[in-house]
Write a protein that binds this ligand. Structure first.
Ligand code: IPE
Ligand code: IPE
Ligand code: MG
Length: 233
């Protein structure tokens, strides 16, 4: 049987969900936030160890300022509403990405949620914010080069490189799901996705349900993960 410790989701389709209903894109994002709560609580109940959610990519700064500002206001809405519930469910909040550019208010709200939930022992709810896979790899290389120069590390291999990634303390990525019928990775967890199973679903993120997650997990369970080897007979 396939172990399933770490799921990552590219939560895509908020804008199209709104457009289909004649609503502004922001309404899609708002509805998307509700889904984050629902899916996180459910995944925790399923016993998933870590759920990484792609909330904002390093490329999403290209969007109109108004939309970027709205997206950056969502952490406040989310944690004001749901931090208590996350605590009650023993969920631990973490984040990955380059936080330097994140507006102070959103950054502080995250820091506070991370601090308050740091002793929780349930699922890790890991937000990728201002995250880009390429920039993560370049950052890791730079840090390795510095440590090498300082004599702190001698060998670089797949294992030691892992220690320079944002995800160093997280379980290996088993399953990556993308909603909204797009079949691309969009710079998400490029290093970590090496042997993950990919599941693409048609549903826009605001319509994604716990049943859709069940289905994606079932698809994953039916996959044959070979990791380059051959099946033992
Ligand atoms: C995903 O939905 C949310 C973020 C990228 C922040 P989109 O906003 O990309 O929605 P579509 O893809 O335009 O429908
Ligand atoms: C990926 O979605 C980023 C997030 C879900 C945060 P995008 O909507 O930004 O990706 P592209 O532009 O369709 O590749
Ligand atoms: Mg999109």
């Amino acid at each position: 049987m396939n172990n399933l410790n770490h799921i990552a989701i590219i939560m895509d389709g908020n804008g199209r969900w709104a457009k289909k209903r004649g609503l502004p894109r922001s309404m899609g994002h708002k509805k998307g936030v509700e889904k984050v709560r629902e899916i996180a609580i459910y995944a925790n109940k399923l016993g998933i160890k870590c759920l990484t959610l792609y909330a904002f990519s390093t490329e999403n700064w290209k969007r109109p300022e108004k939309e970027v500002n709205y997206l950056m206001s969502l952490p406040k809405i989310f944690f004001n509403k749901y931090l208590k519930e996350l605590m009650k469910n023993n969920i631990k909040v973490t984040m990955i990405g380059d936080l330097n550019k994140i507006p102070l208010e959103a950054k502080n709200i995250f820091k506070d949620a991370i601090r308050q939930t740091s002793k929780n022992t349930g699922m890790i709810l890991n937000f990728a914010l201002n995250y880009g896979g390429q920039s993560e790899i370049v950052r890791a290389c730079k840090q390795f080069a510095k440590d090498y120069k300082d004599g702190k590390i001698k060998t670089l291999n797949e294992k030691t490189f892992n220690n320079y990634l944002y995800t160093k303390d997280l379980p290996e990525l088993d399953l990556m799901i993308r909603t909204s019928n797009e079949e691309r990775i969009s710079n998400f967890l490029l290093y970590q996705v090496a042997y993950s199973e990919l599941v693409f679903v048609d549903t826009y993120w605001p319509d994604f349900t716990c049943t859709d997650l069940d289905k994606a997990i079932e698809t994953y369970m039916n996959r044959n993960r070979r990791f380059g080897a051959v099946d033992e007979k």
